[in-house]
Design a protein around this ligand. Structure first.
Ligand code: NAP
Length: 293
């Protein structure tokens, strides 16, 4: 059976992912609050809807890929939101990076209307979305996951069901806990090397052959050495993700001191007006603090 697909949130990540679904032969219905965001999809053969409820009425499986927690809430439950058009047997799949706690509340409200939900945040960036090679971290019921899996396989490569609803967002938060501290650690090692008169390029080369090797050391370390901070993953989005980590930890009473420290760097970078740079630009702040430039 060819599922009728909806897509809401046609930005850097959503637009190419939706195009890949269309190219794979799935009929697609879309909505965006700014009409120009829908244009590339309409040109490629998708049908435009007047609001999220209309997308839900037309489709069996509806993807959402908007910015932050209040945005998903608005799309789902606001005026003419998804809830007003969805019914029994339909599935909502949220690819945005948002709060796991809010996600569980939304899923319960949707379930009351007979609608299933998966949380399916991704990593892989714009490049991965265009190439159809995103990594999906999915939460929700196994049967619903299996129903949506063929569509995940159109948009991504590494597709992991991490547990029940919210588990995808928890996994994405774990990803950001690791990445943020790894970036800070690489920057710290590089200023330490430089203040000791050692070339950080040699340090990176040596460390890549041992236990300290990582993709962060490889990719972000290269950016730091070259002072090339074109995004990549924008610091303002990283900041939003760290807020999700810290708020979730606070609500549950979990200490995440390492993530809290790394968050301060990203906050300061955004506060300095560099929110559009790649978040590895925190290296600049570390250089300043070490009297380096
Ligand atoms: P983006 O380019 O800013 O796109 C966000 C889209 O969401 C826009 O098209 C916007 O619509 C829509 N939107 C936002 N708030 C809305 C609302 N209240 N109602 C309706 N539509 C709304 O952002 P992105 O980079 O695609 O990121 C989307 C999500 O993926 C975020 O949660 C982000 O953290 C996550 N993510 C991003 C990356 C990355 O590298 N960029 C990687 C992994 C995960 P309009 O076009 O109409 O303004």
């Amino acid at each position: 059976m060819t599922e009728r697909i909806g897509y809401i949130g046609l930005g850097i990540m959503g637009r190419p992912a939706a195009v890949n679904l269309l190219r794979a032969g799935h009929p697609l219905w879309v909505w965006a609050r700014r009409a120009e965001s829908m244009r590339p999809l309409i040109d490629a053969g998708a049908s435009a809807c007047s609001d999220p409820a209309a997308v839900a009425r037309q489709t069996d499986i509806l993807f959402i890929n908007v910015s932050d927690t209040p945005d998903v809430e608005q799309v789902l439950f606001g005026d003419n939101g998804v809830i007003h058009g969805a019914g029994a047997g339909k599935v909502v799949v949220d690819m945005s990076t948002v709060s796991p706690i809010a996600t569980r509340e939304w899923a319960a409200r949707l379930e009351g209307a007979g609608v299933e939900m998966l949380d399916a945040p991704v990593s892989g960036g714009e490049q991965g979305a265009v190439a159809g090679s995103l990594s999906f971290m999915v939460g929700g019921k196994t049967a619903v996951f299996e129903r949506v899996r063929p569509l995940f396989e159109v948009m991504g490569k590494n597709i992991v069901r991490c547990g029940e609803i919210g588990a995808g967002q928890v996994t994405k938060a774990c990803n950001q806990i690791v990445i943020s501290q790894a970036i800070a650690a690489v920057g710290e090692a590089f200023v330490f090397a430089r203040r000791n008169g050692v070339d950080p390029a040699r340090v990176r080369e040596a460390l890549l052959g041992g236990f300290a090797a990582s993709r962060v050391l490889e990719a972000h370390g290269k950016r730091m050495l070259e002072h090339d901070f074109a995004p990549g993953f924008k610091a303002r989005l990283h900041c939003k993700d760290m807020r999700i980590v810290l708020e979730t930890a606070a609500q549950l009473g979990i200490g995440v001191p390492g993530a809290a420290l790394a968050t301060q760097y990203v906050n300061a970078l955004v506060g300095a007006g560099d929110g559009e740079l790649d978040s590895s630009a925190i290296y600049r702040l570390q250089e300043l603090a070490a009297a380096l430039s």
